[in-house]
Design a protein around this ligand. Structure first.
Ligand code: SAM
Length: 320
């Protein structure tokens, strides 16, 4: 997951720019700056202003470059996109015209062994995007067997979660697991490789990374933050790479656009549907229900793009 060659190429770039429709004078939030591919394209497309957020201090080198190339129009805010309202308010910005989130890890993070994200290269078992809080090693060495199995199952959809958790707990009795290579080797002894050539450690590494960085919690907080932040007709875009993330975005969009079909067909309706009974005005409109995927040429060039899904929602005038 996200450990593919080509991860440095901004995914679905043309589609993101087309959906954001950059215009002169507008303000955009690039919530996941990375190497700045989306930010640069926005700044080149119109005389707009971009506030880019990233929790990884290592992106400073790319941010400085853009700040120099687009003086007064580009600003990097270091922090979590879940805190976007507070980060922007500190700069006097309370309303924006578009927000884009490109969820997951960057190629810079994956490719540097010392960041501890990679199961391909040996490094310290770290996986923190922002060098704060608990590391992957803390999680692996101090969680109970049950907690580990839950993390691997829920965030990695790993069917052999229990066996892996048992093996981790057994191995750490001898010595703590501190290297990505050690953990990957342990997993490979349990899980068989797939016919598609996917490394057996892929799902477990994804799960641990998601937990260490609270990635799903952050995504939920960012989606909620977009409601008060977006101006009427403001666009909210999310590019996701696996079903856990896409489900969160899809359910958020459906529930805030009056499209929720959560109610059971088997419950009594007492003559009115839930939709008409207490339907608040929708906060978003969904121009298309299905996500946009990469076309054949992009998928061929960029392996990461193959699993990408872009969803778009447009803010209505309804009060937050
Ligand atoms: C896939 S990369 C983005 C690539 C970017 N679109 C580009 O064109 O280069 C994801 C970036 O989001 C950052 N990130 C992930 N979760 C974050 C969060 N909760 N808050 C802020 N940044 C986050 C990561 O540090 C990483 O740099």
């Amino acid at each position: 997951m996200n450990q593919e060659p080509g991860a440095h190429i901004p995914v679905l770039l043309a589609e993101v720019i087309e959906a954001l429709q950059p215009a002169d004078g507008e303000i955009y939030v690039d919530g996941t700056f990375g190497a700045g591919g989306y930010s640069r394209a926005l700044l080149e497309a119109a005389r707009c202003t971009v506030y880019a957020i990233d929790r990884d201090p290592n992106v400073a080198v790319f941010a400085d470059k853009l700040a120099r190339a687009f003086p007064g129009r580009f600003f990097w805010l270091m922090g979590n996109f879940g805190d976007m309202c507070e980060l922007l308010a500190a700069r006097g910005v309370t309303q924006v015209d578009g927000i884009v989130l490109d969820i997951g890890v960057s190629s810079m993070q994956i490719d540097s062994a010392e960041r501890g994200f990679s199961f391909r290269q040996d490094g310290p078992l770290d996986m923190r995007m922002d060098a704060s809080g608990q590391t992957a090693a803390d999680l692996v060495n101090h969680s109970s067997e049950e907690e580990l199995a839950d993390i691997l199952y829920h965030y990695g959809e790993e069917r052999q979660a229990r066996q892996i958790a048992r093996a981790i707990v057994k191995a750490r009795l001898t010595a703590p697991i501190t290297r990505t290579g050690e953990l990957a080797a342990l997993i490979r002894r349990i899980v068989k490789g797939s016919k598609k050539g996917i490394d057996p450690a892929t799902r477990s590494f994804q799960a641990i990374r998601i937990k260490v960085n609270d990635e799903l919690g952050e995504l939920e907080r960012a989606l909620a933050a977009s409601i008060p932040l977006l101006a009427p007709r403001g666009r909210l875009l999310a590019v996701t790479f696996h079903s856990l993330e896409d489900r969160i975005v899809k359910q958020f969009f459906q529930s805030r656009s009056g499209e929720t079909r959560g109610e059971s067909r088997h419950l009594p309706h007492f003559g009115v549907t839930q939709k008409t009974a207490a339907a608040p005005l929708p906060l978003f409109l969904l121009p298309r229900k299905k996500p946009v995927s990469a076309g054949e040429p992009e998928a061929r060039l960029n392996a990461r793009a193959r699993s990408a899904k872009l969803r778009l929602a447009i803010r209505t005038e309804a009060a937050a």
